[in-house]
Design a protein around this ligand. Structure first.
Ligand SMILES: Cc1cc2nc3c(=O)[nH]c(=O)nc-3n(C[C@H](O)[C@H](O)[C@H](O)COP(=O)(O)O)c2cc1C
Length: 193
């Protein structure tokens, strides 16, 4: 079973990075093959609205998104982590998501169900926000819902932590790291059944 972890934070060693790595450790311990992608290390242009993808499902922009499309589609479990920035996902992650308009076009305009492999695949979202606002995650959750749908994935679960701001503060959260590890292990075990 393949698990792809996408790190959406610009901060090295930050809260979502630690959280996702713990989730992925759980996946590995349950026997999954894990790959990690750090979006901050890649050059991914925002969507330029060329609309070429509406004709063939391919984005004409040549950058680091190219090799990522196949991985985003193929992974059995896609785990995406992002800090909350202005009640949304990070700009690094949003650029990647917008470029997945090419996959949305395959699904909804070009009617290519075969493009997604025809097997159940899942999406998981991990997010951390510094404030404690009641609506902290609403914007990001809506984005992730439609992102996973465009990739023809079930939005399986999310792990959301608020009031966690300073770098590495997630390590002092009473339950977060244990929950991330347990979820990674559980989701792989469930999928293997
Ligand atoms: C540009 C920017 C915008 C932010 N906006 C929010 C916000 O709207 N809500 C919130 O709870 N935290 C906000 N934060 C705080 C981060 O979500 C918080 O520090 C988080 O722990 C960062 O995770 P990371 O270490 O994985 O990057 C913002 C931080 C930055 C730098």
């Amino acid at each position: 079973m393949k698990v792809l972890g996408i790190h959406g934070s610009p901060r090295r060693g930050g809260n979502t990075e630690l959280l996702l790595q713990e989730f992925l450790r759980g996946c590995r311990d349950a026997g999954a093959e894990v790959e990690e992608v750090f979006l901050r290390q890649l050059k991914i242009s925002p969507c330029l609205e060329i609309y070429a993808c509406q004709k063939d499902g391919q984005c004409p922009i040549k950058d680091d998104m190219k090799p990522l499309y196949g991985k985003l589609v193929e992974a059995d479990i896609l785990a995406v982590a992002s800090p909350i920035f202005f009640y949304a996902v990070s700009a690094h992650l949003k650029a990647m998501i917008d470029r997945c308009q090419a996959l949305w076009a395959k699904k909804y305009l070009l009617n290519q169900p075969g493009a997604f492999g025809g097997r159940a695949r899942k999406g998981v979202f991990l997010a951390v926000g510094g404030s404690k606002g009641a609506k902290n995650f609403d914007g990001a959750l809506l984005t992730m819902k439609y992102f996973f749908d465009a990739l023809d994935r079930t939005f399986d679960r999310s792990l959301l932590y608020k009031g966690v701001d300073a770098k590495g503060e997630i390590l002092r959260h009473p339950t977060a790291m244990a929950e991330a590890y347990a979820l990674g292990k559980k989701i792989v075990e469930e999928n293997a059944e």
